[in-house]
Design a protein. Structure first.
Length: 146
């Protein structure tokens, strides 16, 4: 069990998580914000899945994003807290590197609701439109063949 109790409101926990971990600045600090196991409900246009994430898994996930998209910026567009739930929308801007000779700018728009219990994120629902990302990645190929 995680023994590092995080003091603060659900809003301050989520803000800290976004600024420190999700931003890619300090992925290894995930253990400061996440429970030992987090239910991550990922809702995309293709399917709905629930993944059980640990702080270590999440840190690896952020490092994978940095590998795939380079250093990115994460801009919080809206954050609203209500009791143990915190709803956030963000814009993540990076570049897609794998398999593409020239880096292609990629913008991800997402909405996520986090549930915080005892100062830790225990569950979240992420809504992500992956089709928009796929379209952005195809755009340079389409422009080159036009």
């Amino acid at each position: 069990m995680n023994t590092n109790t995080r003091v603060g409101t659900p809003e301050s926990v989520v803000r800290g998580f976004l600024e420190d971990v999700r931003s890619g600045n300090h992925p290894d600090d995930a253990h400061r914000y996440l429970a030992d196991v987090v239910l991550a409900h990922q809702l995309t246009g293709e399917q709905e899945t629930t993944v059980r994430r640990t702080p270590g898994d999440y840190a690896d996930h952020v490092r994978d994003m940095i590998t795939d998209h380079g250093r990115f910026t994460l801009d919080v567009l809206m954050l609203v807290a209500n009791d143990d739930l915190v709803a956030v929308t963000w814009r993540q801007t990076g570049e897609h590197h794998p398999h593409i000779p020239a880096a292609v700018p990629v913008i991800e728009l997402a909405a996520c609701t986090y549930r915080v219990t005892d100062g830790r994120i225990v569950e979240y629902w992420l809504l992500l439109g992956r089709l928009g990302i796929e379209h952005q990645l195809r755009r340079p190929h389409q422009e080159a063949t036009a």
